[in-house]
Design a protein around this ligand. Structure first.
Ligand SMILES: Cc1cc2nc3c(=O)[nH]c(=O)nc-3n(C[C@H](O)[C@H](O)[C@H](O)COP(=O)(O)OP(=O)(O)OC[C@H]3O[C@@H](n4cnc5c(N)ncnc54)[C@H](O)[C@@H]3O)c2cc1C
Length: 311
């Protein structure tokens, strides 16, 4: 039992009960039955901020809700896998899967690999659950290229604090000038005004809710770390698995050159789209060469060729 009172933060918690629901209905019944006892939701417990560590009350562990409910059929996957993910850095629009929240990232990737597909978000800890990744809007090793988890979430099913459920699909509910209204599956309308906050203009930040005046309301729940509901089903977007992965060690002349590279790389054609027909290895080499040693930028510092190390 004690392992369920901790996570990767190594903080030790306390709970009167730990339950392992298998359906959203069971979670709903639990929350309806007792509205006063605090609950803490647990996915893979790989979080490092103790979000899955109960302080008291009931720990709801979602490891038994670990079914992959739907995968793309092999024919659809095959035709999409023929296209390179290099040309589709964001949502592919056609290939999706549906999973329960306790499915681990490693399990999902194992099932996608034979289809030539992958789920791009990768918090580098593959025993993270997909529900936990949604709740933390995890990012990681592939985020610079493919975006954080929210960019790959199409719809969510959730159990709310009162036991009612909410199904929300990307594009379905938008806030208008900060006002929003959502209809639960029980027919209740939840309406309100979003707080006015300025989000930091950086790609990676995970503190607080994602809030914009005209936001897609699914984004409020993604990254809310279980404070707004328990995610019980997730429809995810998939991409063709990259055919080649390149590792490179690049020596920059200065910190400024390295930072320019990070800023410029996504806009450089070699990384954005490859349409030539040559083999992938030589394209990769040329692409890397152009990025690292290419023409000087019009506005400022050149990406300079290293003098001593030529890697
Ligand atoms: C070695 C290592 C490297 C890591 N690297 C990264 C990284 O690069 N980027 C990154 O973002 N994170 C990283 N993490 C942190 C962690 O792996 C991720 O945040 C991961 O997504 C957490 O998923 P989980 O299933 O383990 O969630 P948990 O740790 O179980 O829970 C995390 C939070 O989400 C809530 N939650 C979990 N499941 C649900 C659900 N179904 N519904 C509602 N709320 C839920 C929990 O209550 C908790 O608040 C790393 C962790 C480790 C150990």
């Amino acid at each position: 039992m004690s392992i369920f009172l901790s996570d990767e933060s190594r903080r030790a918690g306390n709970a009167t009960e730990i339950c392992f629901p298998q359906t959203a209905g069971e979670i709903s019944a639990l929350l309806r039955e007792d509205k006063n006892t605090p609950v803490t939701i647990q996915g893979g417990r790989t979080g490092v901020t103790a979000g899955a560590v109960p302080e008291s009350g009931i720990a709801i562990n979602l490891s038994a809700m670990n079914k992959v409910l739907r995968m793309p059929c092999a024919a659809d996957a095959g035709s999409a896998a023929g296209a390179s993910s290099e040309s589709a850095p964001t949502l592919s629009g056609s290939l999706t899967a549906e999973v329960q929240p306790g499915v681990l990232l490693t399990t999902l990737q194992e099932q996608l690999h034979p289809l030539g597909l992958f789920f791009p978000p990768d918090p580098t800890e593959t025993t993270a659950s997909i529900g936990g990744m949604v709740s933390c809007n995890s990012s990681g090793a592939c985020t610079y290229r493919f975006g954080a988890t929210r960019h790959h979430i199409r719809s969510l099913e959730m159990v709310l604090a009162d036991g009612d459920t909410l199904s929300i699909r990307r594009g379905e509910y938008h806030a208008r000038a900060g006002r929003f209204a959502l209809t639960t599956n029980g027919g209740r309308t939840i309406d309100g005004t979003l707080p006015r906050i300025t989000m930091p203009n950086v790609k990676k930040h995970t503190a607080g809710y994602f809030i914009r005046p005209d936001m897609d309301m699914i984004d409020l729940f993604i990254g809310s770390e279980g404070t707004l509901g328990i995610v019980t089903q997730i429809e995810i977007d998939l991409l063709p698995e990259p055919k080649n992965l390149w590792g490179a060690v690049v020596f920059f002349e200065s910190e400024e050159c390295a930072l320019s590279f990070v800023q410029d790389a996504p806009r450089r054609p070699g990384l954005r789209r490859r349409t030539d027909r040559h083999d992938e290895d030589s394209i990769g080499l040329r692409c890397l060469h152009r990025i690292c040693f290419g023409k000087p930028r019009r506005s400022g510092t050149a990406m300079q060729r290293p003098r001593q190390h030529d890697h």
